[in-house]
Design a protein around this ligand. Structure first.
Ligand SMILES: [Zn+2]
Length: 464
């Protein structure tokens, strides 16, 4: 078991993950008011893979990702769609599950919904009211920010630089402009509400995460994650709510940088895809995952056709490597043993087994996926130049750690139907019938195949 270190946003210092207990990880999930975009997929991929890595090292990791299914944005989007908000949120939650399933990384251990956590939310708000950290006003309940001494410690902001981002209309209900809502009184335009000691209403946003994290992971847990856009006010407010109520809450914080697109400068026809489902349709799951781990999780990540083409090219390079160096399932080298080249007296440092160790070391060092992938590509380059026994096996194990092990699968040849469709698609393209060509591409996608253009002409590549 390696020592795994992460950089903690709260202290600004490296922190060692404690191997002696369950590593509870809570990552803020989506507000389901539309289909998720590729930026929303980044925390899903980062924290799913981080939990996978911890488990592979022998840690007991438990990942919780919530779904915010009651919110101002959801009421507005449901009204615009002419749909009851519960049906709209259920439909968008199903779309989120479907889209993230397609990433092929499995599901988090728990995915609680805000609407199924109302009793716990009312309970925590009642505790805060009783202890003087919150107050009722006009059927709403607000957190009294100046009653909590540690406020601002995560985002390092001064009170005068803080804006809760709440509707200006609430100002008259607040004792202090800094205060933020925990509970909102029912409004006519909203079609859901729940009973509370303060009348009918529904939770405000931040409170659900304080409650869900505690219900799933306990009052004190290892790591709280999410996008860096959530540091203030969302995570600052989660700390205030939980700690003011006497809960120790998260011991370390891990924030992923934003996916940044030059959207305004590009049109959709240039390939500027925003929705995760569209990116998956166009580039395939491996390229989307490879793209999302191509930068260090804490840094911003540029998004555009060039970045996606680069990810496609990387995935192709890896897939081609396994086509040319198939894994010998019988009597193959096992990662962890001395490789055959070492057994023959080859260099230890550059052996596949020691490269696998270096790959794991990079992930243990604040989950440095770009450094790890550089090690994988070094191995590919070396094994392409001259035979390196054990290289395919070590590479497969590396890729398994980052969700790309499917690249090592034997594609087994496309069936006749898929081959026929590919030829038909080429014919349609030759006749400039692009609508027909797209239709055939979608049918192939449904059969699990993707057409890729190569120097030898188009060929079918497995999408799974
Ligand atoms: Zn949250």
């Amino acid at each position: 078991m390696r020592e795994v270190r992460i950089r903690d946003t709260l202290s600004g210092e490296p922190r060692v993950v404690d191997p002696s207990e369950e590593v509870g990880i809570y990552a803020c999930g989506p507000t389901v008011y539309s289909r998720i975009h590729i930026g929303n997929a980044r925390p899903f991929v980062v924290f799913s893979l981080f939990a996978r890595f911890l488990r592979s090292e022998g840690y007991r990791a438990r990942l919780v990702v919530n779904v915010t299914d009651v919110n101002d944005k959801i009421y507005a989007a449901a009204a615009a769609a002419g749909e009851p908000s519960t049906e709209f949120a259920a439909r968008m939650t199903a779309a989120y599950l479907e889209d993230t399933d397609r990433l092929g990384l499995g599901r988090p251990d728990a995915e609680p919904l805000a609407t199924e956590t109302i009793a716990g939310i009312v309970g925590l708000i009642a505790d805060l009211v009783e202890s003087g950290h919150a107050y009722e006003s006009g059927g709403d309940v607000y957190f009294r920010v100046r009653s909590f001494e540690g406020y601002g410690k995560l985002s390092n902001r001064r009170p005068e630089d803080m804006d809760q981002g709440e509707e200006a209309g609430l100002a008259s209900l607040k004792e202090d402009a800094l205060d933020f809502a925990l509970w909102k009184a029912h409004k006519e335009a909203e079609d859901t509400s729940w009973d509370s000691p303060w009348g009918r209403g529904r939770p405000a946003w931040h409170i659900e995460c304080s409650v869900m994290a505690e219900q799933e992971l306990g009052a004190s847990f290892a790591i709280h994650g999410g996008g860096s856009d959530l540091v203030f006010p969302h995570h600052e407010n989660e700390i205030a709510q939980s700690e003011a109520a006497g809960r120790p809450f998260a011991r370390a914080w891990m924030h992923n940088g934003m996916v940044e697109s030059a959207a305004a400068k590009m049109s959709k026809s240039d390939g500027n895809i925003f929705q995760l489902s569209e990116a998956l349709d166009r580039y395939g799951r491996e390229a989307v995952v490879a793209y999302l781990i191509s930068g260090h999780y804490r840094q911003p990540l540029a998004f555009g056709p060039a970045q996606m083409q680069q990810a496609v090219a990387q995935v192709e390079r890896l897939r081609n490597f396994f086509r040319e160096h198939p894994i010998d399932e019988l009597g193959g080298w096992e990662p962890g043993e001395d490789s055959p080249s070492q057994q023959r007296g080859g260099s230890v440092e550059s052996s596949p087994g020691s490269r696998l160790e270096v790959f794991r070391d990079a992930l243990a060092d604040d989950f440095n996926t770009p450094r790890a992938m550089a090690v994988a590509f070094e191995l590919v380059g070396e094994a392409n130049r001259s035979e390196v026994p054990g290289a395919p096996e070590a590479l497969r194990e590396m890729l398994e750690l980052v969700g790309l092990e499917s690249l090592a699968l034997d594609e087994g040849g496309a069936d006749a139907e898929a081959q026929e469709l590919m030829i038909e698609r080429e014919r349609a393209r030759g006749e400039k019938d692009f609508a027909r060509a797209d239709e055939i591409r979608d049918r192939l996608a449904g059969l699990g195949w993707e057409v890729r253009d190569s120097a030898e002409g188009p060929r079918l590549v497995s999408r799974t």
